[in-house]
Design a protein around this ligand. Structure first.
Ligand SMILES: *[C@@H]1O[C@H](CO)[C@@H](O)[C@H](O)[C@H]1NC(C)=O
Ligand SMILES: *[C@@H]1O[C@H](CO)[C@@H](O)[C@H](O)[C@H]1NC(C)=O
Ligand SMILES: *[C@@H]1O[C@H](CO)[C@@H](O)[C@H](O)[C@H]1NC(C)=O
Ligand SMILES: *[C@@H]1O[C@H](CO)[C@@H](O)[C@H](O)[C@H]1NC(C)=O
Length: 407
């Protein structure tokens, strides 16, 4: 109702007097939910005998490009340790693949011995009869029917199989602490990478393209299939959702804290697509904004620090077009996080009735990207919403939140 909208602005007028003169801040983050080993991501298939997920890639590449492609997905080419695994892989190849041969991770090195690209010990092989292990050809593929291996020229193009290993098996793989370091190290493709965190290797999605790349995606919403507003404190702490390219997830407050605290200055980038409101003039628009950001740890109930990002001194309009420093996340400077089971907002119905959590709420908010996807009313302070320039409230169709240190 209009009445609520008016009330919202009255309460803002009282609460946000200091909203436009905030000091700059940073936010923290925490990472990925642990992958349920029996629940492979979309497009990945469970290998029971090995307890890993594999993906059949039907676009032919040479061996090193195939391995790179798997690395981009946070994985390696498949390694095969015994005939049971080989048989399981055969079933997946026959069910989901269209090629006759697939690269596997075995490659002969200068010493003449084979090794696996995922560093598994090389203790099994299944080269076919008839000289299929040609000593002058050093990369290995597998036939989807016979499961015999053969060596061939590494520059040949083949379909291939990626295998998602347990990240704890690859301690030396996650040597970078964020996507910006991966970008500096030469990774330029959007995709999944392992990063090193205080609690071990975590798989994150890196955007390597938008505004210079090197961003860790900490929040993504694409539709209403996953509820965010009623997730509990612990879920927000650890992260929840299905962690994939086009899915809904929250990376977790502990990782957000870590990612936003390890560097002196960290930027939060907000991206918004469209407006669910059928009468909106902005149904297909795109907005973005960047803010200084830091999230304190759980002992402070994840207190937010957010301020405008100035491109030059006295630039009070900030960076981007989702908001020009007007009733946005900077209004939540110093505000604690609230969830349905831990409400730090003095007005509890912001969480229980308006479904704005889990978010940094103090007498509600003008922006909540974790609110209920389909709000009770459009453009009225409910649910998943963002106030464009203090003027027009949208209920986005999609959103992303990304973090990167200030380069
Ligand atoms: C190659 O493998 C053989 C036996 O598997 C081993 O004895 C030899 O040391 C290996 N060579 C190198 C350089 O590791
Ligand atoms: C394959 O590896 C062997 C060493 O085991 C090497 O002599 C040979 O040149 C390699 N072949 C190619 C095509 O690189
Ligand atoms: C694989 O293909 C890439 C180009 O996509 C090329 O740069 C690279 O040299 C190739 N590697 C081999 C071993 O042929
Ligand atoms: C916001 O800026 C981006 C480019 O930076 C532009 O593509 C987009 O159309 C702008 N959005 C609006 C609503 O003007």
């Amino acid at each position: 109702m209009m009445a609520y909208f008016v009330f919202l602005f009255i309460s803002l007028a009282v609460v946000d007097i200091n909203c436009l003169i905030l000091p700059s801040n940073t936010l923290p983050i925490n990472t990925i939910q642990n992958k349920d080993s029996f629940q492979c991501d979309n497009g990945w298939h469970w290998l029971q005998s090995k307890k890993t997920c594999i993906s059949i890639q039907d676009t032919p590449l040479n061996w090193s490009d195939a391995e790179s492609q798997c690395v981009t997905l946070g994985t390696h080419l498949i390694s095969i340790d015994n005939a049971f695994e080989e048989d399981a892989a055969k079933n997946v190849m026959q069910q989901y693949g269209t090629c006759d041969y697939y690269w596997i991770g075995a490659k002969r090195g200068a010493d003449g011995n084979f090794s696996w690209s995922d560093k598994n010990q090389f203790s099994y092989s299944n080269f076919g009869p008839g000289g299929d292990n040609n000593p002058r050809e050093n990369c290995t593929d597998i036939n989807e029917r016979s499961t015999f291996w053969r060596t061939l020229d590494c520059s040949d193009k083949n379909c291939f199989i990626c295998e998602n290993p347990d990240p704890s098996n690859l301690p030396d793989f996650a040597i970078y602490t964020d996507c910006a370091e991966l970008k500096e190290a030469g990774q330029t493709k959007n995709g999944f990478y392992y990063i090193s965190t205080k609690t071990g290797a975590k798989k994150v999605f890196c955007d390597m393209e938008v505004n210079g790349g090197g961003w860790v995606v900490i929040q993504q919403r694409v539709d209403e299939t996953l509820k965010f507003w009623n997730q509990k404190w612990n879920a927000y702490k650890q992260g929840f959702g299905f962690f994939a390219e086009n899915s809904n997830f929250w990376i977790g407050n502990d990782l957000i804290h870590e990612l936003s605290s390890k560097d002196a200055k960290v930027i939060l980038r907000i991206e918004l697509w469209g407006d669910q409101n059928p009468t909106s003039p902005y149904k297909n628009d795109y907005w973005w904004s960047e803010f200084n950001f830091q999230l304190e740890d759980e002992s402070t109930d994840y207190t937010l620090h957010a301020s405008i990002l100035q491109r030059y001194p006295n630039d009070w309009k900030g960076t981007g077009n989702a908001s020009t420093n007007w009733y946005d996340v900077t209004c939540e400077e110093g505000v604690k996080f609230s969830t349905v089971d831990k409400i730090n907002d003095p007005m509890s119905k912001c969480v229980t009735d308006y479904h704005l959590g889990g978010w940094w709420l103090h007498y509600c908010s003008t922006v909540s990207l974790n609110g209920e996807y389909k709000p009770a009313k459009y453009a009225d302070g409910y649910g998943f919403m963002w106030l464009i320039d203090g003027e027009y409230m949208i209920n986005p169709i999609k959103s992303r939140m990304l973090l990167r240190k200030l380069l």
